[in-house]
Design a protein around this ligand. Structure first.
Ligand SMILES: *[C@@H]1O[C@H](CO)[C@@H](O)[C@H](O)[C@H]1NC(C)=O
Ligand SMILES: *[C@@H]1O[C@H](CO)[C@@H](O)[C@H](O)[C@H]1NC(C)=O
Ligand SMILES: *[C@@H]1O[C@H](CO)[C@@H](O)[C@H](O)[C@H]1NC(C)=O
Ligand SMILES: *[C@@H]1O[C@H](CO)[C@@H](O)[C@H](O)[C@H]1NC(C)=O
Ligand SMILES: *[C@@H]1O[C@H](CO)[C@@H](O)[C@H](O)[C@H]1NC(C)=O
Ligand SMILES: *[C@@H]1O[C@H](CO)[C@@H](O)[C@H](O)[C@H]1NC(C)=O
Ligand SMILES: *[C@@H]1O[C@H](CO)[C@@H](O)[C@H](O)[C@H]1NC(C)=O
Ligand SMILES: [Ca+2]
Length: 604
């Protein structure tokens, strides 16, 4: 199937020996293709050169020829720049399609960028929307020995990987799916890194970007020794701009362990498959704002913040989801406007995929003291019952629960969890006395024995209220008295900083002081916190502080409705001795329903 431009070939070979390309261009190199863009061989224009002081440089060229049997074909390759404009009378073309046939060059186009000769002489260009053209070779000892390229799909990137075989280095380059690339990205666009044994492994975007591994050894590698699929994944980010009918770009990153969250797009991409917990908080001003949690574009949950003109309202919701590698999770505002700096997004991977987890919500408004959530989105161990509303512990261990209760239309009441083992629980307050939506959220924990159950209690709840939880530890050998964990509640109104939530729940808590209001980490790790701050007839501005420094602020606004609870989750990477507390920036925190929860998620 090979045709040859016999004369040109000899001419070019001799020229190649005699000249040097200043640019070191990479050109497509085929003797006979039906379209230049289908050529999958590549040459470095200075290949095989012998350096002499001749000022001839090489560029990329396409020649269209007509064989004497009237076949039209293309030649592509490096070509002397000086010869580009030359008019050929007749070039003898030899082909091996069937036999040697002579032909004439009808057109020649030269160009001066890498693989620009994929197009010329009126041929088809690469499509405007396409994946990259990548090197495609297996086990070459020098990446420059790779002379084959391949067009990748839209959802692929270029990949190069170095292997050590018999003590020698070999390079393999190819197209790789975005999902397969994920572990090898260290930044939003291009990742360069080395694998655990120090060999290069690199995914990148852009034609021919996998030509070389050497740049991967430079200091741009910032995740040396990070396993391909991180064990620990946890993120928390704040939107510093308001969002109107769009995906929220939480640009200000507080935590991003495992590299799944991208603060330029607002998208969390799952770097390790498993069970994940998400929490998102939106604040509105003087209108109803709705936000949905999307997984691969499909709505998984909805939350509403709602307020009359000139006042704030905030809502926090939760979901626990089983996700696959590469799944994309984001928050989109579908109605109203989410305010800057008070709109938050966080998520974390549950330590072990086999741990029990559930996530249920209401498809409609219900009443009754036990709230029976009817819409089950996750129930790994069939431990939640949509007829009783109870989550029954499938085995003994530490469980963490989350509840987000919403109400609508002139009701106010308390929401709390009920534990069958008798553990007393704090409540939070919802107040839709203004006739608008209002919600409150809490997190709690229990060391449960198999068979003990937990359910939500409230006199009513509106649609999209959520109850969820997961088993944090199943290992009963863990020392319960020293596991960093607490839930505390504020007795009486307070304006002081830190807020001293003095009533501590459970006989097992560690790290939090009910006299200072400060949690002190006793080990390096990822920690989860939730605080709920109630305002009564006033505005309260509070913040979450690490070592006295504000991480983000929330507002509770009771000026219109009477009571207003605002909660927020914080996901923090702490070092031993770091201190976490809640500060008051303005107003008076109402005693009674304000609470503070925290737990170690994983030691790092
Ligand atoms: C081109 O063709 C003309 C006449 O057909 C001839 O005189 C001339 O020498 C040719 N040039 C080359 C470079 O072959
Ligand atoms: C490349 O090397 C691997 C061993 O690491 C081997 O399995 C594979 O078949 C080799 N491929 C080629 C084309 O040599
Ligand atoms: C990478 O490091 C090498 C030396 O180790 C240096 O020559 C080269 O310029 C560096 N490349 C980049 C892109 O920094
Ligand atoms: C993303 O976060 C980094 C710090 O983590 C910050 O430097 C950068 O400016 C942020 N990007 C945007 C678009 O805000
Ligand atoms: C149940 O929740 C899912 C999202 O997790 C949603 O798509 C579905 O519409 C809900 N079903 C009802 C009946 O509300
Ligand atoms: C748990 O830790 C406490 C404090 O270090 C210690 O007194 C107790 O003996 C430990 N319990 C067990 C079962 O190891
Ligand atoms: C997470 O799982 C690993 C492996 O099972 C275990 O060693 C570790 O203690 C767990 N971490 C927590 C916080 O439970
Ligand atoms: Ca509220």
């Amino acid at each position: 199937m090979k045709r040859r431009f016999v004369e040109k070939l000899f001419y070019l070979v001799s020229l190649c020996i005699a000249i040097r390309s200043a640019q070191g261009l990479m050109c497509l190199r085929c003797f006979d293709v039906t379209e230049p863009r289908l050529c999958n061989k590549i040459e470095h224009c200075q290949d095989g050169e012998i350096e002499i002081s001749m000022s001839i440089s090489l560029v990329c060229a396409v020649q269209q020829y007509r064989a004497d049997n009237r076949d039209i074909g293309y030649w592509t390759g490096c070509y002397p720049k000086q010869e580009c404009a030359a008019v050929d009378n007749r070039t003898v073309v030899s082909t091996k399609r069937s036999q040697y046939i002579d032909g004439v060059v009808q057109c020649r186009d030269c160009c001066t960028s890498d693989i620009c000769n994929a197009y010329g002489c009126g041929s088809h260009k690469y499509p405007a929307t396409r994946g990259p053209i990548c090197f495609d070779c297996e086990n070459v000892s020098d990446p420059r020995d790779c002379h084959t390229v391949t067009p990748c799909n839209l959802n692929q990137k270029c990949f190069i990987h170095e292997k050590s075989i018999f003590g020698k280095r070999y390079f393999t380059s190819k197209c790789e799916s975005i999902m397969g690339c994920l572990p090898h990205f260290t930044g939003p666009v291009v990742g360069r890194r080395r694998d655990l044994s120090g060999l290069c492994i690199h995914c990148c975007d852009g034609d021919l970007c996998n030509s070389d591994c050497s740049t991967a050894s430079n200091a741009t590698v910032n995740n040396v020794n990070k396993p391909a699929m991180p064990d620990y994944v946890a993120f928390h980010a704040v939107a510093y701009s308001p969002t109107n009918n769009a995906v929220v770009i939480f640009d200000h990153v507080i935590t991003n362990v495992g590299g799944g969250y991208d603060n330029t797009t607002g998208v969390f991409t799952v770097p390790t498959p498993g069970l994940y917990v998400f929490s998102w908080t939106i604040e509105t001003y003087g209108q109803r704002t709705e936000a949905v949690l999307l997984v691969n574009g499909v709505q998984q949950a909805l939350s509403r913040a709602d307020q009359a003109s000139s006042y704030y309202d905030t809502t926090t919701s939760f979901a626990v989801l089983k996700l696959s590698l590469g799944d994309e999770v984001k928050v989109k505002v579908t109605k109203g406007n989410a305010l800057a700096k008070h709109t938050l997004f966080s998520g974390w991977k549950i330590n072990k995929t086999e741990d029990a987890a559930f996530s249920v919500s209401l498809s409609r408004e219900v009443t009754g003291s036990t709230i029976v959530f009817d819409n089950e989105t996750l129930d790994t161990d069939s431990a939640y019952s949509t007829s009783t509303g109870r989550f029954v512990a499938p085995r003994s261990g530490l469980y963490v629960f989350m509840m987000s209760g919403s109400t609508y239309g002139n009701y106010e009441y308390s929401c709390k969890l009920y534990f069958s083992n008798g553990e007393s629980q704090p409540d939070v307050w919802v107040d839709s006395a203004s006739g608008l939506y209002d919600s409150s959220s809490l997190m709690s924990f229990g060391w449960l024995n198999a068979g003990e159950y937990v359910n939500s209690e409230a006199s009513r709840m509106a649609s999209h209220s959520v109850f969820a939880g997961w088993q944090l530890i199943d290992d009963s050998s863990v020392n319960k008295t020293t596991y960093p964990l607490f839930l505390a509640h504020l007795y009486s109104d307070s304006s002081r900083t830190p807020v001293v939530f003095s009533r501590i729940y459970s006989s097992y808590h560690h790290g939090y002081s009910g006299s200072t209001g400060i949690f002190t980490a006793d080990r390096d790790g990822i920690y989860i916190f939730l605080y709920n701050i109630e305002a009564n007839r006033g505005l309260v501005r509070t913040d979450l502080r690490v070592n006295g420094v504000e991480k983000f602020e929330t507002r509770s606004d009771g000026r219109h409705s009477g009571y207003d609870d605002t909660s927020a989750v914080a996901v923090l990477e702490l070092s031993s001795n770091d201190q976490v507390s809640v500060g008051v920036k303005y107003g008076t925190v109402d005693g009674g329903q304000s609470l503070f929860f925290g737990t170690l998620l994983a030691e790092t």
